[in-house]
Design a protein around this ligand. Structure first.
Ligand code: MG
Length: 390
């Protein structure tokens, strides 16, 4: 029996994780839940799964949750998240929060010897070098939940390291793929938030529209699989059937295919190295025809270019990239600026940041805060350019 705590249990990945757990009551038990908001949903999850531990961001929410549930022990704030992630009753910590709040809890969980299933790719983008070093030092297993990386991990099981030439991450191209550059300047929020293949939370859906998501995934893969940037490639594959390919030294390529359903990679992250049965949708390859693959055009998708540039610089450039992107996306979602301003804000922040090659945890936290502040200043002090678009 694997005892699981889910940080971010009310988000899209968190809810799917609870479905996976419900499908395997003989193998998985939910012992802890945590969320920033949606206390009512947290209480509902507590009643359905009977975990004993919970954490929320604010004291007010904690009191409300205690009132609604009774038997739950509730931690509060960053300390509460860390307490939950390192609790002796927890074997596996699923990290599926947005933002950077879970960075310290994740690091403490690794130091406490917990197994990690990581959906929050941003944390690897910020501190991948540090996190993977701790994973090694403490001998813990850290597995991705991101579908492309779960696909890569499965392909890589079949080969040895010296046989691998290149790792290829595919992306559907997101909600705006196929629009012209000028059409992309005037997209509505509804267009940006309507992903053609995946049902996901708003932040990652905006990242899919800008292709920042693919850039973050390249950095994520760089650390997860310890491969240099020049051996990572992004391809746009609008049908989203193949989630990743591993190109081998002899010219062979291994690919992973599956339906676009996040419950699949989540289940594999929790079952690996085993594979469990499921009632998820099956693939029927006879119903799929006309698979296409394209090189992404970096001039059309400046966020992907910025991410690859930051990845090449390395160190704290990736922290600044992530912080600025998060602030810009939140401002866009709050209606404070237009869609094409997202890469402009990120670029301005990166231009001001002299990168630290191997940042310490304190430096990561500092640069993260700095980049968010500078991005917010840019957004609030440029009312002429950042027109409000509904
Ligand atoms: Mg992905």
């Amino acid at each position: 029996m694997r005892r699981v705590a889910v940080l971010g249990s009310t988000g899209s990945i968190g809810r799917s994780t609870l479905e996976v757990i419900a499908g395997h009551p003989d193998r998985l038990r939910l012992v802890g839940i945590a969320a920033r908001s949606r206390i009512d949903l947290l209480a509902e999850q507590a009643r359905a799964f009977r975990p004993t531990l919970a954490a929320v961001w604010e004291e007010e929410g904690a009191q409300e949750l205690r009132r609604m549930t009774g038997s739950l022990t509730v931690g509060v704030g960053p300390e509460g998240l860390t307490w939950l992630a390192t609790h002796p009753d927890v074997d596996v910590v699923v990290v599926a929060t947005s933002g950077s709040e879970a960075l310290i809890p994740l690091i403490r969980a690794i130091q406490a010897g917990k197994q990690i299933a990581l959906a929050s790719k941003e944390l690897l983008v910020m501190a991948g070098e540090l996190i993977m070093r701790l994973v090694q030092e403490h001998g813990v297993k850290l597995v991705p939940i991101d579908s492309e990386h779960v696909a890569l991990a499965q392909c890589l099981q079949a080969v040895t390291r010296s046989e691998v030439a290149r790792l290829v991450i595919t992306g559907s191209g997101g909600p705006l793929w196929g629009l012209s550059v000028s059409e992309r300047q005037v997209v509505t929020r509804a267009q940006v938030l309507a992903h053609p293949r995946w049902q996901m939370g708003p932040k990652i859906t905006v990242d899919s529209a800008t292709l920042m998501n693919k850039g973050l995934e390249v950095i994520e893969a760089r650390w997860l699989f310890d491969v240099p940037l020049e051996r990572l490639r992004v391809l746009i594959h609008p049908e989203a059937v193949i989630h990743a390919l591993v190109e081998l030294v002899d010219g062979t390529a291994l690919a992973q295919m599956s339906p676009c359903d996040m419950r699949l990679p989540i289940q594999y992250a929790l079952s690996a190295p085993e594979r469990w049965d499921s009632r998820f949708p099956r693939m029927d390859v006879t119903q799929r025809s006309g698979w296409h693959f394209f090189e992404p055009d970096l001039a059309q998708f400046p966020c992907l270019r910025l991410a690859l540039d930051a990845a090449a610089v390395g160190g704290s450039a990736c922290v600044a990239l992530n912080g600025a992107n998060d602030a810009a996306v939140q401002a866009y979602l709050a209606g404070q600026m237009a869609f094409p301003d997202i890469p402009r804000v990120i670029e301005e922040v990166l231009e001001q940041h002299p990168a630290i090659p191997h940042p310490t945890l304190d430096e990561v936290v500092e640069v993260d805060g700095w980049s968010r502040r500078v991005a917010q200043e840019r957004i609030s002090h440029s009312p002429r350019r950042f027109v409000k678009v509904s």
